[in-house]
Ligand binder design. Structure first.
Ligand SMILES: [Mg+2]
Length: 256
């Protein structure tokens, strides 16, 4: 039995639109013996909503999801005082782990950065001052951009970079392909060998696969640089799962 890690944004959907081949790919997965863990750097959408969306595509298994804010929440010491510069997904993840969310004025020990669409110069000023004064800078992810129906939009990584530059501080980054996510997956899934990673960012998902010793299959999206000849690229999730099933079959044959 093989274990697969599957990305969400750019593989199953772009923001709210389901991608071609996603439902069909989920159906193939349901009919196969492949175990899947969904792993996303998305810091914005709460876990419960991600779960609903995946089941909404027809997924029938036990839905295991890891998000970059879950890794950030796990990394912080218990009951940390945190200022979240992020969306609902990060707030919920931090609260679920028992951290205390606070305002800028309450002297937070940590600033956790995700995606905030109302981010502006005022916020950059306040947060970078906080970091200069000793608050630790944690990034849920450093994704430069994420695919939407209207093309790429700036990701949490763009906001994190602004704060890191303004405060002259190197952040700890939690999401794919960084060490906290790799360690979290290993620990949480009991060092289960991961055989395949499907994703649409060669720099992040591809490197993450490498770190886990897994084979990478790139699903082409706006975020993929598909001119990389060394990377196996397919058009959608259906083709990616088909490819894995073929690889599994040829492994079976070579064992005979
Ligand atoms: Mg993606």
């Amino acid at each position: 039995v093989s274990n697969l890690i599957c990305d969400l944004d750019g593989v199953l959907w772009t923001r709210k639109s389901v991608l071609r081949g996603a439902r069909e790919g989920i159906q193939l997965l349901n009919d196969s013996k492949i175990n899947v863990i969904f792993v996303t750097n998305n810091s914005f959408v709460p876990l419960s909503e991600l779960e609903e969306r995946i089941y909404g595509l027809g997924f029938e298994g036990n839905c295991r999801i890891v998000t970059s804010p879950m890794v950030a929440a796990d990394l912080l010491p218990a009951e940390s005082k945190v200022f979240p510069l992020a969306g609902a997904g990060t707030l919920v993840a931090l609260e679920n782990m028992g951290h205390r969310l606070c305002d800028l004025a309450d002297q937070p020990e940590y600033v956790v950065v995700g995606l905030r669409t109302d981010f502006d110069y005022q916020m950059l000023t306040s947060v970078s001052t906080l970091v200069r004064n000793g608050a630790k800078l944690i990034g849920t992810n450093d994704d430069p951009a994420y695919p939407t129906e209207k093309g790429l939009l700036p990701g949490g990584g763009a906001i994190l970079a602004a704060i890191a530059t303004a405060s002259e501080t190197a952040p700890t980054v939690c999401g794919k392909p960084h060490p906290p996510m790799v360690s979290y997956i290993k620990k949480e899934f009991n060092f289960l060998p991961i055989n395949y990673v499907i994703g649409d960012r060669i720099d992040h998902d591809g490197e993450f696969a490498f770190q886990l010793g897994a084979r990478f299959i790139n699903v082409i999206s706006d975020a993929s640089k598909s001119n990389n000849k060394d990377v196996r690229s397919v058009n959608n999730l259906f083709e990616a799962i088909e490819e894995i099933i073929n690889l599994e079959d040829s492994n079976e044959i070579s064992k005979l």
